[in-house]
Design a protein. Structure first.
Lengths: 328, 328
């Protein structure tokens, strides 16, 4: 099996897993699992497996699917909390079937992923369970921070570490562990994926500010309303350089948060400028965020030098570049 | 370790598991996990383990805790969907912290249970994952049936099998499997617990009709509003005797469902009689429900005859009696 045929097998498995004896759950989960998406996390599982010399793709396909299911379950639940109406270019489960069935669809997907993982070793289950826990904690931190208007750089960094980077790291670790990678290779891949995840999320938060809903295939401006995009826009220099530079400007954050609550989906940046926020400062902040993402992506790529050269390794390196250059 | 000290260890573990690096999640999950409750499912895990001659209670305690966490997570999510305000004598997480944090608290508990189970064998994980899946499917079926007013006896039976009996069966199977029980003993315990679960749920649904909120420690009348209590009140003879007898009366079900939506928490039976529902017929239906529960409990007890006599077995037998005689 190649990476591409394995990814196809992941897609097939995701669709077959949507099938429930309860017709409604089959419908809702096929709606969201069948909508595609970037499939970045399954790709990471498969590529990491190949990069450490693994060739048991049949065994790795369910792991890749489980990671994608957990990710998608959290999206379904996030869309309830965020009142999102569009996801992966489709109506959200919440918008189409209502909050109650969206909640149960997310639960269904969590339990499906758990069942899919049950045949695997304790080691692999621990990796995924820990990441799933991080996801929930990260989402909680984010919503709490947004409500209290208390987001600062360190907290932003903690949130995106838990909410995004953690599952990226788990994805490569699952692929590598299933390929019996050495501890060194596993650690290198984890560091690669963790940095990649941070770069991915910062880019996501910048796109949330500058792109529009149609382009993203999900509601733009929502993450800013949640207080996440704000931190990167105002204060891009979080990450490894904790402590240097000033914290984000509380008053500006509060103003942005208040504004964004009333903002219709669309490029938020324009609304902010219309509302009198300094456009040049915003542009500079966005550039800073883009720069930080590029720096983290570059740091991710360097980690791959610890691995032997391979086509999979080249693809992982290319991913780091794509993740920060994307426009949706 | 005795059963009682093991149960105390389960409670301690539940509290230590409430601890999250995110303070809010520690608060919410300690609120509900620390509220006590009957701890019936952990007790089933421990007693089944003892009944098959197992004595490794230290190993079984986390299994018992995981079952209780999964159960409690579904309660937290159910309380969002049902707008319940009282649970285990305390304010619900939903009522105190709002729907968003209640959703995340349920998710947190699901992932905590998964992490707790990760060190155990694939066999044990498969048992719990399958039951968790059943729980979600059962809850979905119930809400869908209530909304469409299409609950009949077979569907009621399917719902309580998935929503309640399935986790009871998983509980004893986990305890028995961890005690290396023979397939015969495991099957006997499963059948015991499955019937016990049905008896428990039918009793719950009857209590939902006749008891009040204070007595139950959770909102009375809610399950009727969800359409579940209706079936047992109008048509107690579901279960093994599928096909005999008539289905429930659709018009009466619809009238009850419409009524119950506007009913304040309190003994629903009185409101129904006030509203002109025939009190004698209702009493007869309630008696029929009680009778069916007693019959299922007796059937559960008989299954235990396949096991060697023991104090644990006696306790399991006593449970079957308590479950249908309780008033809360």
């Amino acid at each position: 099996m190649t990476i591409d045929t394995s990814l196809q097998a992941v897609n097939d498995l995701l669709l077959s897993i949507s099938k429930s004896s309860v017709a409604l759950l089959s419908e809702t989960s096929a709606h969201i699992l069948g909508a595609g998406g970037k499939r970045l996390r399954p790709r990471l599982v498969l590529l990491a497996h190949a990069a450490v010399g693994g060739d048991d793709f049949e065994r790795v396909v369910p792991l890749a699917a489980a990671v994608e299911i957990i990710h998608t379950a959290t999206l379904v639940h996030d869309d309830i909390n965020d009142h999102g109406t569009l996801r992966r270019g489709r109506e959200t489960v919440n918008s189409r079937w209502g909050g109650t069935f969206a909640l149960l669809t997310g639960d269904y997907m969590f339990t499906r992923a758990y069942l899919l993982m049950a045949p695997f070793s304790s080691e692999l289950n621990t990796i995924l369970a820990q990441a799933a826990l991080d996801l929930v904690e990260g989402e909680t931190l984010q919503i709490k921070a947004a409500r209290q208007g208390e987001l600062d750089r360190d907290l932003y960094y903690e949130i995106i570490s838990k909410k995004t980077a953690s599952l990226f790291a788990a994805a490569v670790e699952l692929g590598a562990a299933a390929g019996n990678a050495s501890p060194e290779w596993r650690a290198a891949l984890r560091e690669y994926a963790f940095n990649l995840g941070l770069a991915f999320q910062i880019t996501d938060d910048v796109l949330d500010l500058v792109a529009d809903t149609h382009q993203l295939g999900k509601n733009a401006g929502i993450d800013v309303a949640q207080g996440r995009g704000i931190a990167v826009a105002l204060d891009g220099n979080h990450g490894s350089d904790h402590g240097s530079g000033s914290g984000s400007d509380g008053a500006a954050v509060a103003a942005l948060a208040a504004l964004s609550q009333d903002t219709a989906p669309g490029p938020l940046k324009e609304s902010l400028i219309d509302a009198g926020i300094n456009g040049d400062a915003l542009d500079a902040a966005i550039q800073k965020g883009r720069g930080k993402a590029a720096e983290l992506a570059a740091r991710a790529a360097v980690c791959l030098d610890a691995l032997p050269p391979s086509a999979a390794c080249d693809e992982l390196r290319a991913l780091a570049d794509q993740v920060v250059r994307r426009d949706h």
